[in-house]
Design a binder for this molecule. Structure first.
Ligand code: PPE
Length: 305
């Protein structure tokens, strides 16, 4: 259950947790056209709290809205400021921030006409998405029988609510089989991404991640590419197949919620030594140093509260 917080930001005002409701005729409830973000706020080593890559998340929210033909009736600065304010007002030191915009009540039918676009920002404490142990020891994943949509089907660059039906189907399928997370292939059969994460493989010191075709352009993915390059590794965006994935020395997932989660098994095949690999650990350690404000070079990624 999501931990109850005091206030939720809705359409420019704070309302109490119990009053943050919508009407059953909300257009997005029926047809899935809403857009959202997931952002983390970390408690830094100096005691302050900082939101990680707030600007990039707000920009992606507005791009998702553009792709979905939705006009968010607030400026990017207003949404960024409201994210900060929602964390502050709830007294959170660290946690997850979920901006959400949806098509509200008005007409029904697939053409939403002039229905209003409503916006909310919710925050909650959220620990390790795939478990503390998963972060340290790695998780077991399975390739789902569900595939990521064709590039002209679901608009994967947009974080559109309805896109997540595909992810929920994949995740439930593999969790029921006893795995921790699902990986999806694209329509051509190449590895695409996790249900809510991007994927990286490492072999002979070379780090590969899937190109921006059928995947969401992850902000953690982008951060990891910069951090790995700074650590001296070569990173390429290149398609790879599931058999290449099986033979990788290390595999990990990236995402705001999942952070950097090592994978120790894919489709019952052990990856590397069956534990978090050394490069994964190095990148993971560097990532946590960055988000906690210990790397001055990346200060620009932190928005202090
Ligand atoms: N792919 C997908 C499909 C995806 O949903 C996410 C984020 C990513 C990649 C990684 O993107 P980024 O967070 O910018 O590095 N998934 C969000 C949803 C989690 C949820 O369960 O809800 C997230 O991590 O916030």
């Amino acid at each position: 259950m999501v931990e109850k917080t005091d206030k939720i930001w809705m359409d420019g005002k704070f309302v109490s947790f119990g009053d943050a409701n919508v009407h059953i005729l909300t257009h997005s409830m029926h047809y899935g056209v809403g857009v959202f973000e997931g952002i983390r706020c970390y408690k830094c080593s100096d005691g302050r709290s900082a939101i990680f890559r707030l600007k990039e998340h707000v920009d992606r929210l507005f791009n998702s809205a553009k792709i979905a033909f939705m006009e968010i009736p607030h400026s990017r600065d207003e949404i960024a400021e409201a994210c900060k304010e929602t964390v502050r007002i709830n007294g959170l030191k660290e946690g997850y921030i979920r901006p959400l915009a949806w098509i509200g009540q008005g007409v029904m039918g697939l053409y939403p006409g002039d229905n209003p676009v409503n916006t909310a920002i919710i925050v909650w404490p959220w620990g390790a998405y795939l478990g503390e142990e998963g972060l340290r020891k790695g998780i077991r994943v399975k390739i789902s029988s569900f595939v990521r949509g064709n590039v002209n089907s679901m608009m994967s660059k947009a974080k559109i609510c309805g896109n997540y039906v595909n992810s929920v189907l994949a995740k439930r399928e593999v969790v029921k089989m006893g795995y921790d997370e699902a990986l999806l292939l694209d329509t051509e059969g190449y590895v695409s991404e996790g249900s809510g994460e991007n994927v990286f493989i490492i072999r002979d010191g070379l780090i590969k991640t899937t190109p921006l075709t059928s995947i969401l352009g992850g902000i953690t993915r982008d951060a990891v590419m910069s951090i790995a390059a700074e650590l001296g590794y070569s990173v390429v965006e290149q398609r790879f197949t599931r058999d290449e994935l099986y033979c990788a020395e290390e595999v990990f997932l990236t995402g705001t919620a999942a952070e950097i989660t090592p994978i120790r098994e894919v489709d019952d095949r052990q990856i590397g030594a069956g534990e978090r690999g050394p490069l994964t650990k190095e990148i993971q350690d560097a990532f946590f140093e960055v988000v906690k404000g210990n790397k001055p070079r990346y200060e620009g990624w932190l928005s202090y509260l």
